[in-house]
Design a protein around this ligand. Structure first.
Ligand code: SF4
Length: 348
């Protein structure tokens, strides 16, 4: 795995991004921001899942003002997602948000951009520039590849902020297509010092989106690119947070909660492995501590993986061996496997 790209550190509320800070997990609310109670409820649920920064869409002034009350009801930093309207950005800052997602080049009047930047600087609130493949400016050099165009579009916005002496910047370059996204981040990574927010946009339903995001974000993170990420999925935003941590855990970049190693089961399996593993997964969902648990279906490959986990079981015909930190501790009957495994995990 490549060494992580060195980037400037910025603060979004109490959360640092870039530099040596852990790669941060973000999500976005799916509620109507004007519905304060529903938005706070959703954010609290996401906080419990490990979401570290939350973004809310700000379609109008009522939503911008609602952010004030939302901010009071949550513990994690709040980012306002603004398009075009500088007054919404000013109102969101007035409401006390910790970050803005805003492309300054989309605001045509330089005085209005300057007003937003002045207000953000006063409050030390960073601005994320977010370029999406679907909304590239028409006047980019057609000889450039699409990833190069995306980087160029981001640089235009960045230069506007830099010319106003503002450097609390974070940058994202998202596309649905994984190679395009990866190449766009590669393109810009060495040209700016700012932290990168990574994501695959419109990645889709949980099944499709998790795979696309795991591939795209996995490549970027393996290359050392990415300081914060969002897995964009259609559906429950808890899945976004869950998937983000699974991606980070799989690259050993973050630890959170249990990891479950389970064999896929095959013709050698002599127990009902699918229902056993599903029950174990449900049980582990309620545990915060980092613990690696292996549920293996046979004595061929099972003991190896079971030994490698903190707690493991390797099943045989009507029986299972329980391992703790690589050592077999006892053999239990199939009927007792789940309860005995849970007991071991609790003791661990
Ligand atoms: Fe099959 Fe055993 Fe591998 Fe599970 S661990 S898939 S039962 S060979």
């Amino acid at each position: 795995m490549n060494k992580r790209r060195v980037s400037k550190t910025i603060q979004v509320g109490g959360v640092s991004i870039g530099g040596d800070a852990p790669v941060r997990v973000q999500s976005m609310t799916k509620t109507d921001t004007r519905n304060v109670a529903a938005t706070i409820d959703q954010i609290r649920v996401l906080e419990d899942c490990g979401c570290e920064i939350i973004r809310c869409a700000v379609p109008d002034m009522e939503a911008a003002r609602a952010l004030k009350e939302i901010k009071r009801g949550i513990s994690i930093p709040l980012i306002a997602d603004i398009h075009f309207d500088y007054q919404l950005a000013l109102a969101a800052l007035e409401s006390g948000v910790d970050g803005l997602r805003l492309n300054p080049g989309n605001i045509s009047d330089p005085d209005k951009v300057a007003a937003v930047v002045r207000a953000a600087r006063e409050r030390q609130v960073p601005i994320r520039i977010g370029v999406n493949f679907g909304s590239l400016p028409a006047d980019l050099d057609p000889r450039l590849s699409v990833p190069e165009q995306m980087a160029e579009a981001a640089l235009r916005h960045i230069r506007i902020l830099e010319n106003l002496d503002f450097d609390l910047i974070k940058v994202s370059l998202k596309a649905f297509d994984v190679p395009t996204t990866v190449q766009a981040y590669q393109e810009i990574a060495s040209r700016i010092p700012y932290p990168l927010h990574i994501g695959i946009t419109e990645s889709g339903t949980p099944r499709q989106g998790m795979v696309r995001s795991a591939v795209g974000l996995g490549i970027l993170l393996y290359e050392g690119l990415g300081d914060t990420l969002r897995v964009s999925l259609t559906g429950d935003p808890r899945d976004e947070v869950y998937a983000a941590y699974e991606i980070l855990k799989s690259l050993r970049l973050r630890e959170r909660g249990p990891s479950l190693v389970r064999c896929p089961s095959c013709g050698r399996t002599e127990v009902d492995l699918v229902s056993l593993a599903t029950s174990v997964e449900k049980y582990l969902a309620g545990i915060q501590k980092s613990v690696k648990v292996a549920v293996m279906g046979c004595v061929v490959n099972g003991p190896g993986e079971a030994r490698d986990a903190d707690i493991g079981i390797a099943c045989g015909k009507g029986k299972a061996v329980i391992f703790r930190k690589g050592q077999p501790v006892r053999t239990v009957d199939e009927a007792d496997v789940l309860s005995e495994l849970m007991r071991e995990i609790e003791q661990f």
